[in-house]
Design a protein around this ligand. Structure first.
Ligand code: NAG
Ligand code: NAG
Length: 206
């Protein structure tokens, strides 16, 4: 009896592991030619799972959060973490929440093209500073990262989207607010519906 239960549990667990989707990282090596780099100068990266069925022309782009770095030491510290270097990012990830690929957990977006953009610039995808900090060779190029990511995704079908959502939480929610107009302007086709959904992105200065 006990063995049967253990076997059932094990089978269920193995089944869950087997269906959990693993998504490969995409590293934008050639984005460095336009100066789009993480804090440490490494190329930016994202995870992408292609849409299917009714969702093939719909896109949701999620900007990862993780606060800001607030001074040079703080930003330098991030270069030893995925938050500042694509060299340290996971080769594969799993999508959950609004990026999950099953209708059970994500009824609205499960079959959309789903993108998780890795946050490695330390300032909500806003930086566009040509100068490199001479002390630790830090780059502040978050705006260029988002631009390079959108350009790359446009080659994968984003340019022909019918619906497109920019989203993110925390520092990614703030990034959503700050980049929403640019995101809208990125699309040349006026018939596309563009929305921005910021989660926990409003930081009160107190
Ligand atoms: C993901 O990467 C592995 C190698 O690590 C490769 O074998 C596999 O085909 C890739 N999957 C996709 C969907 O590209
Ligand atoms: C970057 O390189 C990829 C292949 O690695 C290519 O598909 C893409 O067109 C290039 N993007 C740009 C903006 O040059």
């Amino acid at each position: 009896m006990a063995i049967t239960i253990v076997l059932i549990l094990l089978t269920t667990w193995l089944g869950a592991v087997a269906v959990a989707q693993k998504i490969n990282i995409t590293i934008l090596h050639n984005a460095t030619t336009q100066g789009a780099v993480c804090l440490d100068g490494s190329p930016p990266a994202y995870y992408f799972d292609r849409g299917f069925d009714a969702g093939v022309s719909n896109w949701i782009i999620y900007l990862q959060g993780g606060g800001w770095c607030e001074n040079l030491n703080d930003c330098h510290y991030r270069t030893f973490q995925p938050a500042g270097s694509s060299k340290l990012m996971q080769g594969k990830t799993q999508f959950g929440g609004i990026l999950n690929n099953t209708p059970q957990y994500n009824p609205d977006f499960y079959n959309w093209n789903r993108v998780w953009v890795n946050y490695c610039d330390g300032s909500s995808f806003t930086g566009d500073v040509e100068d490199v900090d001479p002390g630790n060779k830090l780059y502040f190029r978050g705006a260029r990262i988002l631009k390079a990511v959108l350009q790359d995704l446009s080659l994968k079908g984003l340019q022909n989207a019918k619906n497109a959502i920019l989203s993110g939480s925390s520092a990614g929610g703030l990034a959503t607010i700050l980049n929403c107009d640019k995101f809208k302007a990125f699309f040349s086709n006026d018939s596309i519906k563009v929305k921005c959904v910021a989660s926990a992105g409003f930081f009160i200065n107190m």
